[in-house]
Write a protein that binds this ligand. Sequence first.
Ligand code: MEV
Length: 287
Amino acid sequence: MIGRAPGKLIVLGEHSVVYGHRAIAAAVSRGTTVTLEPCAGPTCLGRAPIRDDRLMQAIRAVVPDHGLRVHIDTDLPVGRGMGSSASLSIALLRAVAALRDERPDFRTLHAQGFELERIFHGNPSGLDHAVAALGGALVYRRQEPPTPVTMASLQAVVLDTGVAGDTAALVAGVASRRPAIDGALDRLGELVERALPVLSDPPALGALFNEAHAALRQIGVSTDTLDQLVELALCNGAVGAKLSGAGGGGVVLALTPEGPEALLRAAQRRGIAAFACSLPPSAAPEP
Ligand code: MEV
């Protein structure tokens, strides 16, 4: 039995979404496939990109405890703010549902996904697994149903710091710096509202990206490497760039409406891992 789900990139609104503001996020054309293979004896882990307690706990929470080998295949970088754990959670739930010949609706998947994301992230907003379950692009506010957004695909480049950020620790760090940083969290929420009417206007959206990155620095989730990658993007054709996801490492999302080539070449010269992508992908991901 097989379950699949895409990863995601947050366009705007990471961290402020934890405190009730809206966020905009889109699926990417990379994701996770979970395969459940029958085997004798207790359920065990087969192929997997990581092996840790949190993963084993998530598997034990939803997979029958006997007779299955769980294989996890993903082309998402783990811990880079691209929703690898949410993609895994939803793919796992879809594989288990397929085993029972069920096709869970979004509400069921989102509620069950929330419990799994709590194992990985402690206090998740629900945004990551909403995108993993729905695909496409959406606007999300905690405890409300997500609203799909119709937008032309944005041409973007993702620059990878090569360092994993720990989402649970970063979200807890932001909580510990409140209320001093509440102004910056509110600004991140306002940027989402200003972005919604200009989603198809890359220069206008790019300017909001730059403001968002400054606010993300203020709440303490950027790093020197992330700031340098933003600079590199802005000097090589991007109209805006910001960290995307929890920060502390992870990736920078740069808007490149004139094409990704100049930035990809600049990244390659410096040995920085980078790839071009469309947000949301033009071909719809797995439902
Ligand atoms: C992580 O991809 C996004 C955060 O806003 C946390 C969350 O929404 O659960 C940092």
